[in-house]
Design a protein around this ligand. Structure first.
Ligand code: HEC
Length: 189
């Protein structure tokens, strides 16, 4: 093999690996949904190192007012976030976590306003086209115990009917909205 051809081969191999490295098309360790042998989802452990999307405060979806308002912090697996930035779509195997936290008004030097307190619950949403016929599945955690996917009417249907991008509520993530609009995946909801 001439030196020049050998160089070209090396370059093309480097190009292939380089492209795979940046394509963000598979979930690295710690950014995947982990299921038990019986198909329950285990609670995500590293999500606090994922990408933060937004926080809701006291959001309710029915006229019945909820007296005690909570914060909801939304995180998404970083590899899926990077893929979304390049396409406006969520790749297969995307995982979202919505963390519910108590809101507090008293403590330390606080004279007004609300800040976040204890963890009250964890809602997880997984896109997995081969595992779930409806593509998206929903898991409400109230502790460390693995959770089975919820029946469609509990979670899936509301996300199906009201989410702006596929099943995700991008309408409440101000930095993702322009991305979805740019790629034409946005729906007014
Ligand atoms: C009545 C409508 C409704 C139902 C039912 C519902 N959700 Fe949601 N969900 C929302 C809204 C609205 C948001 C956006 C909240 C925010 O961004 O703070 C959301 C956000 C989420 C997110 C963050 C990612 C995203 O899609 O934006 C997860 C995870 C989630 N929900 C899981 C669940 C689970 C698990 C259940 C069932 C136990 C459930 N949801 C039931 C309306 C609903």
């Amino acid at each position: 093999m001439s030196k020049r051809i050998a160089g070209a081969v090396v370059l093309s191999i480097a190009g292939t690996f380089g492209a795979a490295g940046f394509a963000a098309d598979s979930a690295p360790q710690g950014e995947q949904a982990v299921f038990t042998a019986s198909g329950e989802l285990t609670v995500p452990t590293d999500y606090r190192e994922w990408v933060f999307l937004s926080t809701g405060y006291g959001m309710t979806y029915s006229p019945a007012a909820n007296d005690h308002k909570m914060f909801t912090n939304v995180f998404v697996a970083p590899w899926a976030y990077r893929s979304f930035l390049q396409s406006g779509k969520w790749p297969d195997r995307t995982v979202f976590v919505l963390e519910e936290r108590d809101s507090k008004g008293k403590g330390s030097i606080v004279a007004g306003g609300q800040f976040q307190g204890d963890l009250m619950g964890l809602d997880v949403e997984v896109k997995d086209e081969s595992r779930f016929p409806e593509k998206w599945a929903y898991f409400p955690f109230s502790g460390d115990k693995p959770v089975r996917a919820q029946p469609q009417q509990n979670c899936w249907q509301c996300h199906e009917d009201h989410a702006a991008v596929e099943h995700s509520f991008v309408q409440f993530s101000p930095t993702l909205q322009p991305v979805a609009k740019k790629f034409g995946t946005w729906r007014d909801r």
